[in-house]
Design a protein around this ligand. Structure first.
Ligand code: GLU
Length: 451
């Protein structure tokens, strides 16, 4: 049997992290088993359905690298992959239910007769979940009486306007597209007995079901689209690496059962499996997500780091192809958790002068004899012939000795004088990259300001 999984989003106009995680798990499961990953657009709700709202979802999937083997933009043997284009297929399946006496008309709508028996979902994650749809009945809120009332348990599968209901098209497509594994959010588990009843009515073997626990926001409620970190297209702009986002999403509800937390896509594909999916809901943690990204930044090759950082560097008007840039990025990746933080760390290297941060400046100015310290530093550095990290360090040490001070006493004024702030990248490599002339000029200006 060839494994066939699918991700079946509705065109909401964004890819939510919960949906993206579902897509990822389906992708990994298919790839791990040498199967196919299908993207199906559940766009029967005409009001919400616009092409651009689907584009954001498809672009987000592409950015994550969750390439689908069949679906919109790529086609495939089981198409069309938009439910809005599959009415003929649905009509045919409806006819089949009619022939076998499974449906009846009710006020213009079509209802599917639910069986009066216990239906058990053997879920790969949640275990067995049983329901008797007839007994369980259905409840409906009555607008007029403002009360919940008993309602007909038979499922409406086609509305009076002729449009089909989710349960019906979802099952028909899973049959038609020969889906073998349905991995989806736990919010769907209450629908699954209905789906199993439909599979049975069609005489079809149902797929394996695996409902994954929900991903909640830090306060423990359902993660909405306004919560920080909810929308995938915002990760790109914030400077996350797609592989890191996949890595973090994998950890939201799955663990490798050892302490490993950082995975490449190839490692995830190899190690992901349904028994590793946790049974309890996960809580989204943006700080952890940034940490995972920082770990991936540290592991990039210098070339890949430059490529990943390029658009952020360009947007900050910094010269991406400057020969010093690879070294600057090495310093930046020690500090930055996301690519968008890189320009801040390295811009001092490319500035004409230091921009002083007030608090840092005041901190240094308050030190006794600081102008003399900076002068000694200036003169010591002026004597360096071969401008490199080792020689710069030795010159600072010698300057300190010359005025009977510890080397550490010179470092802070040097940092603030050259870089403008007490924080930032490693000082000496930055001095090397700025160059001798630039450093001496900045120290001159600084002495003037301290006077
Ligand atoms: N369109 C459904 C949703 O977005 C898909 C459910 C399923 O995966 O079966 O929730």
């Amino acid at each position: 049997m060839t494994v066939r999984t699918r991700f079946a989003p509705s065109p909401t106009g964004f890819l939510h992290i919960g949906g993206a995680r579902t897509a990822l798990y389906n992708y990994l499961y298919a790839k791990k088993n040498g199967g196919s990953f299908i993207l199906r657009v559940e766009d029967t709700d005409a009001e919400r359905n616009t092409e651009s709202s689907m584009d954001i979802i498809l672009d987000s999937m592409k950015w994550l690298g969750l390439d689908w083997d069949e679906g919109p933009r790529v086609g495939g043997e089981y198409g069309p992959y938009n439910q809005s284009e599959r009415s003929d297929i649905y009509d045919r399946y409806l006819g089949q239910l009619e022939e076998n006496g499974h449906i009846y008309e009710d006020d213009g709508a079509i209802r599917f007769r639910v069986p009066d028996k216990t239906i058990t979902v053997h879920d790969k994650i949640c275990g067995d979940v049983s329901a008797n749809l007839k007994e369980q009945g259905s409840r409906r809120y009555n607008q007029e009486t403002k009360k919940e009332e008993e309602a007909n348990p038979d499922i409406v599968i086609r509305r009076p306007d002729g449009s089909y209901i989710f349960h019906f098209v979802n099952v028909v497509d899973d049959i038609e597209m020969e889906i073998t594994h349905v991995i989806r959010g736990e919010d769907h588990i209450s629908n699954t007995p209905k789906h199993l009843a439909l599979f049975e009515a069609f005489g079809a073997t149902p797929p394996v079901f695996a409902h994954i626990p929900l991903n909640l926001n830090p306060s423990g409620s359902k993660m909405g689209k306004r919560d920080e970190g909810a929308l995938i297209h915002e990760y790109r702009d914030a400077g996350f690496l797609p592989e890191a986002v996949n890595n973090y999403m994998a950890l939201l509800g799955w663990s490798a059962k050892d302490d490993t937390e950082i995975f490449t896509m190839a490692e995830l594909t190899e190690r992901f499996d349904l028994p590793g999916v946790t049974k309890s809901n996960s809580k989204f943690d943006f700080a952890k997500c940034k940490w995972v990204n920082a770990e991936h930044l540290k592991r990039l090759s210098p070339e890949a780091l430059l490529e990943a950082a390029r658009s952020f560097v360009d947007d900050a008007d910094l010269p991406a192809d400057d020969p010093r840039m690879p070294a600057a990025l090495e310093l930046a990746r020690e500090r930055a958790e996301v690519l968008a933080e890189i320009p801040d760390v390295i811009e001092t290297i490319y500035a004409d002068e230091a921009t002083y941060d007030d608090a840092s400046f005041e901190k240094v100015r308050g030190r006794e004899g600081v102008a003399d310290v900076v002068k000694a530093l200036h003169d010591g550095l002026a004597g360096v012939d071969d401008w490199n990290v080792d020689n710069i360090k030795s010159a600072i040490a010698a300057a300190a000795e010359g005025i009977g001070a510890k080397m550490g006493t010179l470092m802070l004024p040097c940092r603030v004088g050259v870089m403008g702030s007490t924080s930032g990248a490693d000082l000496v490599p930055v001095l090397e990259l700025i160059g001798k002339e630039g450093v001496l000029k900045r120290l001159d200006i600084f002495v003037g300001k301290l006077a």
